[in-house]
Each structure stands twice: as structure tokens, then as C-alpha cells.
Write a protein of this length. Structure first.
Length: 124
């Protein structure tokens, strides 16, 4: 299953912590919403929120051999690093940021009914 953020057009990874996010950097609201969505999906599907089950595209690519520094023409570095925002605002590994937010929301119970992916059917 994948979750996408609509952002980072024209981004350049450099060495990760100095990522240039392009003309549309991920916003604090997007990053926070991703954490909430991951928490809700993980709870609903009974998936542990850990680095073996919840990964960014970059983390999966690192395992599969086409991540940063692999030399692969199809290198994927999506969400390699993210600004922990809202939070301390520092650049951190993206998976760590999203999993941290997901754990926070899961433990606080703030995901129940907070995201409504489908509208109720209209009765005739």
C-alpha cells in the first residue's frame, strides 16, 4: 500500500539533510496528516508502526538496492529526509518523522473517526 504527498516538484536530494524541496516543499500540515493517516491505517489493518512495516519509498529502495548512492538510474529518494514540522523543525529521516507522528496519534487515540476517506452513500 502506498501513500503519496503532492509536493516537492523539482526537488533535489543532495546528501539528504540538505534536500532542496523545490517550488512546492511538503508542508507541516501534509506531514502531520500523513502521520495521522498512517496511524489510522495501521490500527485498522492491525499493522505495527515500526521500521519493518511502515517505510518511505526511500527506505524500501535502500533495502531493494535502488536507493540513494546506489548508482541505479531509477534511484528513489522520496521522503529520504523531512523537516520535523510541526515539531522541532529539524531535518530527520523521513520514515522516522512519519512513524513518530503515527505513533503519537495512535497512542493518543486521535485517529478514531478523524479521517473519513469515503462519503456516506446518498439515499434515494
Amino acid at each position: 500500500m502506498g501513500i503519496a504527498l503532492c509536493c516537492a516538484q523539482g526537488a533535489l536530494p543532495h546528501s539528504g539533510t540538505d534536500t532542496e524541496f523545490g517550488s512546492y516543499p511538503p508542508t507541516a500540515k501534509q506531514i502531520d496528516a500523513a502521520g495521522k493517516l498512517v496511524a489510522q491505517l495501521a490500527q485498522g489493518l492491525n499493522i505495527p508502526i515500526d521500521r519493518w512495516n511502515i517505510l518511505t519509498h526511500c527506505e524500501a529502495a535502500l533495502i531493494d538496492g535502488y536507493g540513494p548512492f546506489s548508482g541505479d538510474a531509477e534511484t528513489r529518494w522520496d521522503l529520504w529526509y523531512l523537516r520535523d514540522s510541526p515539531g522541532d523543525g529539524l531535518m530527520k529521516p523521513g520514515g522516522q518523522v512519519i512513524r513518530g507522528k503515527a505513533l503519537y496519534y495512535a497512542l493518543k487515540g486521535q485517529t478514531k473517526n478523524s479521517l473519513q476517506p469515503f462519503a456516506k452513500p446518498v439515499s434515494k
